[in-house]
Write a new protein. Structure first.
Length: 305
């Protein structure tokens, strides 16, 4: 991070992942490297009733950064007028945030990351997941939203020869999907592969800022990271009581790993590596027995089983 000219920090799970990613972006800043923050153009169905990610044609008020990325401002929203979490963060920062298009699968997302990095003069891209489902094996009982993370990690792998894309898991279990123990077991797998490269925890003013932005954008998982870092322990309900988060010190940690070294241990990202649409990526997960957030959203919207 110190050696980079500018870091593109992307929350890779859609929704409020961009908020927790702000903590790692501030860490880059502490190390002397400026950042550009961003995420994915996919709000969860509780916010945006249309299932799946939004393509650039469905985004109003952004500036194109190539065919598969946009620079969002405080007023950037879907064509239906629903603001992205990245717009909330842009308003807080007073500067643009990046929206990556995953509707064209890993192929399109890789193009979006590359063009955003090029246009914004970033020579490093840090991919951040809040919760830990990005590194799931696929059979964890609570796994609910693996698709967006997998597409973004696959996109980072596709860029290995042109742009360094390390990744980080912040807030093990804080999204109520994998348990902290399941995330730690997966971190151990990455460690045995030589991919675990460092660990960090937010504190002080960084926590205060993440808390304030999380409250303004109504994201829950990033707020649990703050609670963990302030010493809270025990179970707490999120998602209207549908999910339970186990608060504790491990939820305040960011586990960083080398994406190339981890590639053989990331089956969900491997499955979507060649996907050129979000449907192709969804089908690739279905083929290995994994139900995704796109399936859930279509079911909620009455568009699927």
């Amino acid at each position: 991070m110190r050696a980079a000219r500018r870091v593109l920090v992307l929350g890779i799970g859609g929704g409020g992942d961009v908020v927790g990613s702000l903590g790692l972006a501030r860490r880059c800043e502490e190390l002397g490297t400026p950042f550009v923050l961003g995420g994915v153009a996919w709000e969860r169905i509780a916010v945006d009733p249309k299932p799946g990610p939004r393509s650039p044609e469905e985004i109003a008020g952004g500036d194109p950064l190539g065919p598969h990325a946009m620079l969002a401002g405080a007023a950037t929203a879907t064509s239906d007028g629903i603001p992205f979490a990245e717009a909330h963060v842009a308003g807080h920062l007073g500067t643009g945030t990046v929206l990556i298009d995953v509707s064209a699968g890993a192929v399109g997302a890789a193009d979006g990351i590359a063009s955003a990095a090029r246009e914004l003069e970033c020579d490093l891209c840090l991919l951040v997941d809040i919760g830990g489902d990005a590194i799931a094996a696929g059979g964890e009982p609570g796994l609910a939203s693996p698709l967006c993370d997998a597409v973004m990690l696959a996109a980072g792998r596709r860029l290995a020869s042109t742009l360094d894309c390390p990744a980080a898991i912040l807030g093990a279990g804080c999204d109520g999907e994998l348990t902290p123990e399941e995330v730690l077991n997966r971190v151990a797998v990455l460690a045995r592969a030589g991919a675990w490269i460092g660990t960090w925890s937010p504190a002080g003013a960084i926590l205060d800022e993440v808390e304030a932005v999380a409250a303004a954008s109504t994201t829950e998982a990033s707020l649990q990271v703050v609670r963990c870092a302030r010493g809270e322990v025990g179970d707490t309900a999120i998602r209207g009581g549908r999910r339970t988060v186990r608060l504790g010190p491990v939820g305040a940690l960011a586990f960083c790993f080398d994406l190339a070294a981890a590639s053989a241990e990331l089956p969900l990202a491997s499955a979507v590596l060649e996907s050129d649409s979000i449907e192709a990526a969804r089908a690739a997960h279905e083929a290995i027995g994994v139900r995704t957030e796109l399936d859930y959203e279509r079911s909620r919207a009455g568009e699927g089983p």
